[in-house]
Design a protein around this ligand. Structure first.
Ligand code: PMP
Length: 397
């Protein structure tokens, strides 16, 4: 028989699936995949339930129900002072994953270049490749993940169609500074390119650090596609409702891509997310402060065990340097080891790189109940602190 698509055939099982399967097999606490282990707000759930019962269960409008498009536009104005027309500048999608894919389809012809920043979220590269576009990778270096401006400038050229920017950033918890964004904006403008802005963690920032959408910078309103996710903003990652805010011409192109991907998303969930986006400021501030407390709890526990804890200013994740523990293996080996031997699962950070990745970092998700975080820490503590510090921990043990 003829083979399936060659790029699909070449894709392995993702490390996320592998680690989750291993976690299940070993009844390990899964701090690998980034999803909260409690539901989001009750009133948003109730709105989804009520919306199922009022007879609007057929295909909703292709770019999203009016309530949600209006709510997305209102949230843009309320949080960032962005004026977005709900009729023509918002596209509702099945999660940010689809939103980003639709933006990439909308922008890229075969041979076009797109600048991606490593470490990067795992869906970007496969889609860029399937579209026949050429990724130009620029790498942020731990522990501070500062933007290497000269390298970024060198990666942007005449064939660059877009830059894909994720801020706050998964896995490293970096929130791009105003200075860095100014620099990116100047490149976008001077090279006449666009920016796809993955801002799914926009409301999950800590220590008073403000998320600044690139789209709010001078000259960027007409060049950015800004992607949000109800999964992260309301802790319903299974709902898969995302939204793109973009200037009319770009939103129209994104809508055409979306039309051929999923066409629409569940109307009751869309209407519930509209209720969520209208929630008062207290909801959004307590979402961030609650997560910040969890970050601190996990960071303190991991540091107490001896891991190097890198700073996280946003997202669900802490990146740790496990080399101080004396583990004799790479990050995949480490994550496997702690799953099997300590009963706690993390994700190897090398999964967020194309190749030549740093190999001594592991990502832990802190969007879990306090009791779960405490149990994970005590398991790791029991495991590592009962091994004598002098002996390297063999990868195979
Ligand atoms: N972008 C980033 C950086 C993410 O971390 C995620 C989810 N892990 C997504 C996009 C996808 O979001 P959604 O679940 O809304 O598709």
């Amino acid at each position: 028989m003829k083979p399936v698509n060659s790029q699909i055939a070449a894709m392995g099982t993702t490390i996320f699936t592998m680690m989750s399967a291993l976690a299940a097999e070993h009844k390990s606490i899964n701090l690998g995949q980034g999803f909260p282990d409690t539901d989001g707000p009750d009133d948003v759930i109730q709105a989804a339930v009520d919306a199922l019962r009022d007879g609007r269960n057929q295909y909703p409008p292709m770019t999203g129900v009016p309530e949600l498009r209006e709510a997305v536009a209102a949230a843009n104005a309320r949080f960032y002072g962005l004026q977005i027309d709900p009729n023509g500048e918002v596209v509702v999608t099945s999660g940010a994953t689809e939103a980003i894919t639709a933006c990439l389809i909308a922008m890229l012809d075969p041979g076009d270049e797109i600048v991606l920043i490593e470490p990067l979220f795992d869906t970007y590269l496969p889609i860029v490749r399937m579209l026949g576009a050429i990724p130009r990778l620029v790498r942020l270096q731990p522990p501070h993940w500062d933007l290497p401006r000269a390298e970024l400038a060198a990666a942007v050229g005449p064939k660059t169609k877009a830059i894909l920017l994720n801020s706050p950033m998964n896995p490293c918890g970096k929130v791009f500074s105003r200075g860095e964004l100014d620099f990116i904006a100047s490149l976008v403008q001077s090279h006449d390119t666009y920016a796809i802005c993955d801002e799914v963690y926009e409301h999950l920032t800590f220590d008073g650090c403000q998320h600044i959408p690139l789209m709010t910078l001078p000259g960027m309103r007409e060049r950015c596609m800004r992607v949000g996710s109800a999964g992260k903003t309301f802790s319903f990652t299974g709902w898969k409702i995302g939204y793109v805010s973009a200037p009319r011409a770009l939103a129209g192109a994104v809508a055409k891509a979306h039309q051929n991907l999923t066409f629409t998303s569940a109307p009751n969930l869309q209407r519930a997310v509209a209720v969520g986006l209208a929630k008062d400021d207290a909801y959004f501030t307590s979402l961030a402060s609650g997560l910040q407390a969890k970050r601190d709890r996990l960071a303190e526990g991991l540091a107490g065990i001896g891991l190097g804890v890198l700073q996280t200013r946003g997202s669900y994740f802490i990146t740790t340097d496990f080399s101080p523990l004396g583990f004799d293996g790479d990050d995949v080996g480490f994550c496997r080891h702690i799953t099997e031997q300590a009963g706690v699962t993390a994700i190897p950070v090398s999964a967020f790189y194309e190749n030549d990745a740093p190999s001594h970092y592991a990502r832990f998700a802190f969007c879990k109940r306090e009791a779960v975080l405490d149990e994970a820490i005590s398991r790791l503590r029991r495991h590592f602190l009962s091994n004598t510090a002098a002996a390297p921990i063999a990868a195979s043990s």
